[in-house]
Design a protein around this ligand. Structure first.
Ligand code: IPD
Length: 264
């Protein structure tokens, strides 16, 4: 059985190579290839090319593992380890030339379903800043060479709380109502546009909390492990695992208050 740290080393190498390819393609100019679940939900040629690269590297290194990627889906293999990949998380930022986009790669055990899997290793790499966030099960969370932890305390001004709105217009009115309930416990709100980086920011203490409904497995697989290994709390609705219905990631100092105002 491969250790989480060995899986992490592979994920890190591949994420760096993939991020470099995405960065080069961004410099050359981005083409939107298609829309997906909604008009605002786009895929670029680079998303597809970067995912193909990641998949080929994983296949070469670990041919028996399964794969679940944002652009090419699940390969349908039964395997002990599944790689869950978002080649470019924050595609809209990427297309607009904003820096908040990342390569997200996780290795999970047990099942390719976030309700059941056990995340073993995860990397979120933001090429624009050079930040490499990495975590392995029971190995802690790291930003480069530095161990990271969620914030110990949230001051009287409230938490710096990030969120996102997803692509489905039918969910936006409820999301705005929810945001109105969150405002009183927030010193301010952030909407950066890349769920993996929002989660990494909670792990690194750059945000106190993050929540969003509608995430897909590849959006949170690596980032949720980062938060858990950094001492934060990650859940769906209370008692649930993170997933499509809700993902909440917070430092312990604000998790309960956030759950209370989100009002499940
Ligand atoms: C999206 C981003 C965004 C979040 C969406 C995700 P993509 O991922 O993470 O912040 O609000 O729900 O789908 O489409 O850029 O890979």
């Amino acid at each position: 059985m491969t250790s989480p740290d060995e899986l992490l080393a592979l994920a890190r190498d591949i994420a760096l190579e993939a991020g470099e390819l995405a960065r080069r393609r961004r410099e050359e100019g981005v083409t939107v290839a298609a829309t997906k679940s909604a008009l605002a939900d786009i895929v670029t040629e680079a998303d597809r090319e970067v995912e193909a690269l990641i998949r080929a590297r994983l296949d070469a290194a670990r041919p028996g593992d399964a794969f679940l990627g944002e652009e090419s889906g699940a390969d349908g293999r039964e395997a002990d380890i599944t790689w869950v990949v978002d080649p470019i998380d924050g595609t809209v930022n990427y297309a607009y030339g904003l820096p908040e986009w990342a390569v997200s790669i996780a290795a999970v055990a047990g099942s390719a379903d976030p309700a059941e899997w056990e995340a073993l290793a995860g990397v979120v790499y933001c090429p624009a800043t050079g930040d490499v966030f990495a975590a392995s099960r029971e190995g802690g969370a790291w930003l480069g060479e530095r161990r990271i932890r969620t914030n110990a305390e949230v001051g009287p001004a409230g938490g710096l709380i990030a969120t996102g709105f997803g692509y489905d217009p039918a969910t936006h009115a409820a999301a705005l109502d929810q945001l109105a309930r969150v405002m009183p416990i927030a010193r301010d709100i952030r909407r950066a546009g890349a769920a993996s980086l929002d989660l990494a920011a909670v792990a690194a203490g750059r945000h106190d909390a993050y929540y969003e409904r509608g995430l897909n497995p590849w959006d949170h697989a690596a980032g949720a492990l980062l938060v858990a290994e950094a001492g934060g709390i990650v859940s769906g609705a209370p008692g649930d695992r993170p997933g499509k219905a809700m993902t909440i990631a917070a430092s312990p100092g604000i998790y309960d208050r956030l759950v209370e105002v989100l009002d499940f």
